[in-house]
Ligand binder design. Structure first.
Ligand SMILES: [Zn+2]
Length: 181
């Protein structure tokens, strides 16, 4: 736990953008026309490319993390992430969720292979609980990127706070940890 975030690398972002663009183009073509088939084929290729790229990336991340760390604590996001209103949002979350479970499987495999510990925890209130005092921010939504504790005023990036809450639950307390980096 060092507060590092892994960002989507640029080629992955480009590929995602490409898929989105092609999907838009496809929706404008006449169904089953020559151009429709052409775009459809290109879209399928781009999808394949994206999948390969993502898998490759996951394995690299898995290898890196399992070399550097001895313990992997995971949050079971499955059910919670899917209970969201609105069709658009649901689709987005489900997509996100399917690549998340793939990453998760690769990570677990990497850690187990090196004989390291994997601890899955139920995702109960991890994002809403204050790491410092245990206070609950009931109003926190998925859109809020920063956690703010209504009890003690502690504020931190929501994902960092959730990670610290998870680690606290397995009995690990950071020896020294400063929000200002
Ligand atoms: Zn607090």
């Amino acid at each position: 736990m060092d507060g590092r975030f892994l960002e989507n690398p640029r080629p992955l972002e480009r590929s995602l953008e490409g898929v989105r663009l092609l999907q838009r183009t496809l929706s404008r073509k006449r169904f089953l026309s020559g151009n429709w088939f052409k775009t459809k084929t290109r879209l399928a290729k781009e999808h394949e490319h994206l999948k390969d790229f993502r898998r490759d990336l996951f394995f690299k991340v898995g290898a890196l993390l399992s070399q550097e760390y001895d313990l992997l604590v995971l949050e079971d996001l499955g059910v919670q992430g899917l209970i969201q209103s609105g069709t658009k949002k649901r689709r987005r979350l489900r997509l996100h969720d399917s690549s998340f479970s793939e990453l998760r499987a690769v990570l677990e495999w990497g850690f187990r292979k090196r004989g390291k510990l994997v601890l899955p925890l139920p995702a109960f209130n991890t994002s809403r609980e204050c790491f410092l005092c245990g206070g609950i921010n009931k109003g926190l939504t998925l859109e809020d990127r920063v956690f703010l504790c209504p009890r003690c005023g502690f504020s931190l990036d929501r994902d960092l706070n959730a990670s610290l809450v998870l680690l606290k639950r397995v009995g690990w307390v950071p020896p020294f940890w400063c929000a200002c980096g």
